[in-house]
Design a protein around this ligand. Structure first.
Ligand code: FES
Length: 67
């Protein structure tokens, strides 16, 4: 699995299949790339909702490969 920290943006995780469980509900995710909030400002945590742009979040590019 590869986790990428987008420059000035979220953590991006490439997946073949994913489910999210929150508030007692489980939901299958259809997207192949999941964007997780890294700035702490999203209204849809743990997911990125684009709010990092409004807050001009700064964070470097990084890539983590997990085996
Ligand atoms: S990283 Fe996008 S809203 Fe936080």
């Amino acid at each position: 699995m590869k986790i990428k920290a987008a420059e000035n943006g979220p953590y991006l995780i490439e997946v073949s299949e994913a489910k999210v469980k929150r508030d007692g509900k489980e939901e299958a995710l259809s997207q192949k790339t999941i964007a997780l909030c890294r700035c702490g400002q999203s209204s849809n945590k743990p997911f990125c909702d684009g709010t990092h742009r409004k807050h001009e979040f700064k964070g470097g590019l990084a890539e983590i490969e997990v085996r």
